[in-house]
Write a protein that binds this ligand. Structure first.
Ligand code: ADP
Ligand code: MG
Length: 335
């Protein structure tokens, strides 16, 4: 076959495979957009575990009417200037909305804070309708229906309603832990309904992980060469049978970073049995120029310019917290 450029809708569907894996990834992208828009209240509603409907409503700044159609076009973003190393927002690739629009029915309805009416656009199979006037008091509502309806091969890979719903809940809990100042509401199945009122970090952690964790956790606050580590880590006796309750954030972004998780593990190596896992909520605050979040489209992996420094900070800070509270045998020979 001769070399030819792929049609746009095919390019979008390929990109969608990287950004949108399942309903939970749609929720993640839409909630991150709401946070980037400065929302203080975010409501997530789902039906069918998110397979038939995901709706995210926020009270953020909204989108100027003349930018609505840009928002759903590939590589269009209001967040990235020209320096991809100076990213402070959660999004920056301008890929989420067009990707979702290429594999689902997408409605984007928004009321710009500086305008005086709401408008909406619809996207289906990559085709766009609107903008046209719509009714909305404030902020933005994004509705995603029938995810993968036009891509049966992808649809087949989705799990049952309950498993997808659980994944959605996990995403909301993770993001909510990183933003205690924002009110989150999740409604779907009875099992997944969740309301998280805004408050300080302790309250949010107690609401998400249970008050028992806070009672069994040590506060962490340390800094090394401009990199800051804060959060809470469980005392050694509060270990779990799996590592699911380990929440790590880099500049407010939830990540699943192998190096950070292994550093957490290492911090407990001599106080916790191999088959037990600490519970922790850790925030790494670092100059955006020292971390690359553009490693993976879902932005779950990060690359630090100096991983050794960050690793040392995590291990050192937690060991010290365990040590000063007498929970860890001192390595200085006192034991
Ligand atoms: P990115 O977040 O990487 O910029 P997206 O495709 O997720 O790309 O969104 C495209 C653009 O649409 C954003 O840059 C932003 O300007 C706008 N947008 C999306 N969601 C919202 C929202 N909830 N509130 C305000 N603006 C939004
Ligand atoms: Mg985005």
């Amino acid at each position: 076959m001769p070399i030819r450029q792929l049609p746009d809708d095919v390019i979008d569907q390929i990109a969608a495979g990287e950004v949108v894996e399942r309903p939970a990834s749609v929720v993640k992208e839409l909630v991150e957009n709401a946070l980037d828009a400065g929302a203080t209240r975010i409501a997530v509603a789902t039906a069918g575990g998110g397979k038939t409907l995901v709706r995210v409503s926020d009270d953020g700044g909204g989108i100027p009417p003349d930018e609505l159609t840009l928002a759903i076009r590939r590589h269009c973003t209001s967040k990235l200037g020209t320096d991809i190393l100076a990213i402070r927002s959660l999004g920056f690739r301008g890929e989420a909305l067009p990707s979702i629009g290429s594999v689902a029915r997408l409605t984007l309805r928004s009321r710009w804070e500086k305008g005086d009416g709401a408008e909406e656009v619809l996207v289906e199979n990559g085709r766009c309708e609107g903008p046209r006037p719509a009714a909305l008091g404030r902020g933005t509502v994004v509705e995603v229906r029938d995810l993968f309806h036009s891509v049966p091969a992808r649809l087949k890979f989705l799990k049952g309603e309950r498993a997808e719903s659980a994944a959605v809940t996990d995403v909301v809990r993770r993001i909510a832990l990183g933003h205690p100042e924002v009110r989150f509401e999740l409604s779907g199945t009875d099992r997944s309904n969740l309301v998280l009122e805004p408050g300080d970090e302790r309250k949010r952690i107690a609401d998400v992980l249970g008050a028992e964790f806070i009672d069994n956790a040590l506060p962490i606050d340390a800094e090394r060469e401009g990199v800051r580590l804060t959060g809470f880590a469980s005392i050694p006796t509060y270990g779990r049978g799996n590592a699911l309750q380990q929440y790590v954030f880099v500049n407010g972004r939830p990540v699943r970073d192998k190096m950070l998780l292994s550093a957490l593990r290492a911090a407990y190596s001599d106080v916790m049995a191999r088959d037990r896992h600490p519970v922790a909520v850790l925030h790494v605050g670092i100059d955006p120029a020292d971390v690359d979040v553009n490693v993976h489209p879902a932005k779950a992996d990060v690359r630090f310019r100096d991983p050794g420094l960050v690793r040392g900070l995590v291990v050192g800070a937690i060991r010290q917290a365990l040590g000063t509270s007498g929970l860890r045998p001192s390595t200085a020979g006192a034991a």
